[in-house]
Design a protein around this ligand. Structure first.
Ligand code: GLN
Length: 495
């Protein structure tokens, strides 16, 4: 048995120890998490769907394996929550959209297949902004997830359910997807750790596509070590994803363990001057960033000022490229191949109107229209082509910066979690990703870690480390050392 209090502090690594020492069974662990979910999810609303029977039967199988000494990995029997745009065979996959209301995945995504091969228990479908478009979870067609630190505030988005489920101790780890910040921004808002791997590091087979040149799946957890351990499992080449890199996975957690207790002597950390001159950055965030820089320096890191001169174009470029790709990717939801076909549609136009008009939410429609516009002949050169060119400049900014430093330090978000309804103007909402979006445009990797508490709101504040493409080992090692030395050791809401 595990007490509710101990459950709140449990992470992946310590759950693994308890299971290995036979101090708890997988069924016991899953029952404790189900009880916790029963207690808090009526308020937090992290989960769109929880299949209790299925969870307990996976757990029972895991216990049987352990009893026979045939566990599949140290994590066999530990639950993980999955964002509702990542396919789990036989389970719903709605992308928090009405258009996929009754859809069930016919197969496992590669990431889920790999988690199952290591014995992890797939625990529920987490809420999100519809089709991963948003920064607050307010765009879900079903419900609004709340921030476990303050239920009147958003958990961030689009992987808000995945971040909130970990922060509320309903699961020890989860998977999200990050197209422009959707893992890192909600992780920062909820006081948990979120990792966006290098583009191509993790297979996207079975992830419902939003913007294919930007999307990446990654883990959310309580610690750097936990996210590294999950990346070890889900990463690595996949022949089913043509953008998958040949790189192997499996040594990230070791790198983190080795760096424990170390310092940052000899590490050059770049601080982009443009990121601290942005008006939108709130004083509480700035203060935590200053404290964090002091900690990095005290650990022996050399901090240098760098420049990412095209930062001011990142949001505009993202909303051209991401919407263009989304307009193509979402064309498949037409009531013929996917979605429930309305019985009273007399011709193709009325079918589309009934199906797409009613099935998609406002933000999704806005983006399809914008994306179709920037790709249309006459506007393609002026918007899409130009956007791609500026994207190259943004990527070059990062590559030039990495000539001068090993890693970039940045805030994760310009403010702590905001209140529901506070950013009803979409342009205001888009600004919430100002520090995360360029990383996806550049295709590189980044992690957001809780760094402190915003004095004005008492909410957690996240910082980011950004590393060169395939620089996860170094990034995770530096993150571990920072994590061990930051002012607050554990970020746990009082919920
Ligand atoms: N908030 C950004 C958007 O709305 C990023 C979303 C994401 O990373 N999926 O598009």
């Amino acid at each position: 048995m595990i007490t509710p209090d101990a459950l709140k502090k449990l992470d992946l690594a310590s759950a693994s120890e308890l299971l290995e020492k036979r101090e708890i069974s997988s069924v016991g662990l899953c029952e404790a998490y189900l009880a916790r979910t029963n207690e808090v999810d009526g308020n937090v609303k992290a989960f769109l769907n929880i299949d209790r029977e299925n969870i307990l039967s996976q757990a029972a199988e895991s216990d049987k394996r352990r009893l026979e000494g045939k566990e599949l990995s140290p994590y066999d029997g530990i639950p993980i929550a999955i964002k509702d745009c990542i396919s789990v065979s036989g389970q719903p996959c709605t992308c928090a959209s009405k258009i996929l209301e009754n859809f069930k995945s016919p197969y496992d995504s590669t990431v889920v297949k790999r988690l199952k091969e290591k014995g992890l228990v797939i625990f529920g479908r987490t809420n999100m902004d519809e089709f991963a478009m948003g920064s607050s979870c307010e765009n879900s067609a079903y419900m609004k997830t709340a921030n476990p630190w303050d239920l009147s505030r958003v958990p961030g988005g689009s992987s808000g359910g995945s971040a909130a489920s970990v922060a509320a101790s309903e699961v020890p780890v989860s998977l999200g997807s990050d197209t422009g910040g959707s893992i890192r921004q909600p992780a920062a808002f909820c006081g948990v750790t979120g990792l966006k791997p290098t583009y191509g590091r993790v297979s996207r087979y079975g992830l419902v596509a939003f913007a294919s040149s930007l999307d990446q799946i990654g883990p959310i957890g309580h610690s750097v070590l936990d996210t590294a351990a999950i990346l070890d499992i889900i990463g690595g080449h996949d022949p089913l994803d043509s953008t998958s890199l040949p790189e192997e996975s499996g040594t990230f957690a070791d790198a983190v363990r080795k760096s424990s207790g170390g310092n940052l002597k000899g590490v050059k950390i770049g601080i982009p001057k443009e990121y601290f001159n942005i008006d939108a950055i709130e004083p509480g965030v700035k203060a935590v960033m200053e404290e964090s820089v002091n900690i990095l320096q005290a650990l022996g890191a050399e901090t240098i000022e760098i420049s990412l001169p095209h930062t001011e174009y990142a949001i505009a470029v993202y909303y051209i490229i991401a919407t263009a790709e989304a307009s193509a990717n979402l064309a498949r939801f037409d009531g013929i191949r996917y979605g429930v076909r309305p019985s009273d549609a007399s011709d193709l136009n009325s079918l589309y109107f009934k199906m797409r008009g009613h099935g998609f939410g406002k933000e999704v429609k806005r983006r399809i229209i914008l994306g179709t516009y920037v790709l249309s002949s006459g506007y393609y050169d002026a918007y899409y082509l130009r956007g791609q060119k500026v994207r190259t400049l943004i990527r070059n900014d990062f590559m030039n910066a990495f000539q001068k430093c090993d890693i970039i330090f940045a805030p994760a978000t310009p403010s702590a979690a905001f209140k529901f309804g506070e950013k009803s103007d979409p342009l205001q909402m888009y600004l919430a990703d100002i520090f995360t979006i360029a990383v996806n445009l550049a295709g590189t990797c980044a992690i957001s870690l809780p760094a402190g508490i915003d004095k004005a709101t008492s909410m957690p504040v996240g910082m980011q480390f950004i590393a060169p493409p395939l620089g996860e080992h170094k990034m995770l090692s530096v993150s571990k050392i920072f994590e061990e030395n930051r002012g607050i050791k554990a970020f746990i809401p009082s919920l």
